[in-house]
Design a protein around this ligand. Structure first.
Ligand SMILES: CC(C)(COP(=O)(O)OP(=O)(O)OC[C@H]1O[C@@H](n2cnc3c(N)ncnc32)[C@H](O)[C@@H]1OP(=O)(O)O)[C@@H](O)C(=O)NCCC(=O)NCCS
Length: 180
């Protein structure tokens, strides 16, 4: 069970050694970080919107899911200009490992768009992608933002549909691409 915002964690079946105190959680992963235990993977993970990223580690994650290489200085600028960046770390007291990521762009008031959702292939299929979406939506709900959009690759449309996302209903809007 994950209960966002209250730092409630289900550690059933595990010793207390896996649990971080709220103070340690904040010190390691930043404010509003949430720790959870994944029973399928039998490991502890932390969602955080405030822990900073190692750009090389982030790019390695995004390349692991099959996305192309990007210049790190452009990635850094894109992150700096994003409204919200959320990381998912496999908890380790010394070397937490980034295994999930999602970010949002937007005006901070009316609209936000979700980009770059990725879970490392080794950790896919265990509910973490869904939990990462729940976490990012809980972060957005704390703001004034009224509308959240995303552009799904064709092979993940059902992943979003299962979570209640609806395709643009009347089919009277479509996405255009401009790229230089
Ligand atoms: C898409 C992605 C984030 C899903 O993460 P994940 O951790 O494997 O997904 P979860 O285990 O949380 O799956 C949650 C549910 O969605 C389903 N699901 C997962 N991937 C799916 C897919 N590609 N299509 C349809 N359903 C999918 C699961 O079966 C599960 O169903 P359930 O709730 O009934 O058990 C992950 O596969 C990924 O990083 N893919 C590569 C990058 C990518 O395509 N990102 C999306 C860009 S639009």
């Amino acid at each position: 069970m994950l209960n966002f915002g209250t730092k409630k964690i289900n550690f059933s079946g595990l010793g207390d050694s896996f649990k971080l105190s709220n103070e340690d959680l904040e010190n390691m992963y930043g404010k509003d970080a949430t720790q959870c235990f994944n029973p399928k993977l039998k490991d502890s993970f932390v969602f955080s919107e405030s822990k900073s990223f190692d750009l090389i580690e982030l790019e390695q994650l995004l390349q692991a899911v099959g996305w192309g290489r990007r210049p790190l200085r452009r990635v850094k600028r894109a992150l700096d200009n994003s409204l919200l960046k959320v990381g998912l770390w496999k908890h380790d007291p010394k070397f937490p490992r980034l295994i999930g990521f999602v970010r949002c762009t937007g005006d901070g008031v009316i609209d936000a768009t979700i980009w770059d959702l990725a879970i490392h292939p080794v950790y896919q299929g265990s509910g973490l992608g869904k939990q990462l979406m729940t976490y990012v939506m809980s972060c957005l709900k704390r703001t004034e933002i009224k509308r959240v959009t995303l552009f799904a690759d064709s092979d993940v449309i059902n992943f979003y549909k299962r979570q209640g996302w609806k395709l643009e209903p009347k089919g009277n809007k479509c996405a255009f691409l401009y790229s230089n």
